[in-house]
Design a protein around this ligand. Sequence first.
Ligand SMILES: [Mg+2]
Length: 457
Amino acid sequence: MANRIILHIDMNSYFASVEQQANPHLRGRPVGVCEHLGGIIIAPSVEAKRLGIKLGTPVWEAVKIFPQIALLHADPDKYRHVTKQFMTILEDYSDDVEQYSIDEAFLDITKYCVGDYNEALLLGLEIKQRLRLSVGEWVSCSIGIGPNKLIAKIAADLDGGAPSFLQREGKGEFLDRICVITPERIPLLYDKLKLTDVPGIGSRLERALNKLGIVSLRELAIYPLSNLLNQFGMWGYVLHSWANFNTTTSPFSPPHEEGMGEVLVPKSFGHAYTVPKVLTRLGDIKKLMFKLSEKVGRRMRKYGARGSVIHYFHSGPSFSLAPGGRGEGEGGYFSKQRKIREFINDGKDIFKVAWGIYCSDLFPSPSPGLGRVAEGRERSNESIKIMGVSVSGLKFSASGGDQDFLFEQYKRPRWLMEVMDQINNKYGEYTITRAGMYNAPQEWAKDTVGFGRMRII
Ligand SMILES: [Mg+2]
């Protein structure tokens, strides 16, 4: 990473501020945005937060705390509109803008400020000013600047107690912050940050770390990586990187804990997809299965995981029985897993096993050759609306290493997968794919919105 400068911008109390901007009567009052009155507060205003009303507080409890609270239904179109406005401003400063959630973005501003942190600070102030003018005075943001995404995000989150070495401009608690962390100052962060100040480390993970005798971020940074890997699987690697303030390729939070900001070791990797139009042709079924398998494999490799239990399921438009049984009418529900002796993470291998499971159901005997099945049969007896492929029985290694390639049939040139992954990382999913995915419709099994952060709605 050659001296990049990254700016992270995070809108403060976003939905509530946007509502207050739109309606002056709400300004200065505790406001709670919710999906419905029987639910939770999904966005408290700053004033509500001061009273102890948090994201996730049940509406009834918020009313108990402050009966005059202004409760509003979420208005996604309004928030999206404002997001578009501020993203347009950000695009003036970098070609490399990543919208991270509906109210957060990362910008690579290295070029714009010629690698100079003072310039970066001025740029941050300018962005704030432009936001005030175009979005409105009531919608404020926190800005963090640092040499990578993780540090920029930490900088934006640093609270009012930030020590003087951090250049900052504050106007009131948690509002309108800007904080710069230059590379020389990174070591000072160890004195400032608790374990849970690192995005992704929640209280549950903190407890698990405490049990290992790790109570500070500094201790985590020097804890032997191999011990972390033993304890947390591939997340040990991620934790090690975080504690050393390196951005990993991993997201800040893992797939299974949406919105929780916690790290857990995944038990399986899977993808499921609901097709817009029911699939009946074997060729289409095969293509979708291949695409799902490729997705699963790609994610496994990203996390250095291999697995030996492949699970396949599908259901038709009108299934009604419990898993394992056949539904009424066309379609049905089918779900089966197979344990193999090898640990795999190549999409093609995963597909082979999934296809085998599917075929054994379709043509129970004699055991079909994989190739022969598709030929000569235009229609399957199935009509498939939802399909899923997952892999469990996982093993992790930080390097995603080769040591388990014991069987030649599963051995595939690693460089080929790596090159494909690199190209897809750079140019977008499925820029390059194997022939089996050739002409699978674009919209099949597209990536959904990320996790562990405010969802893009
Ligand atoms: Mg925010």
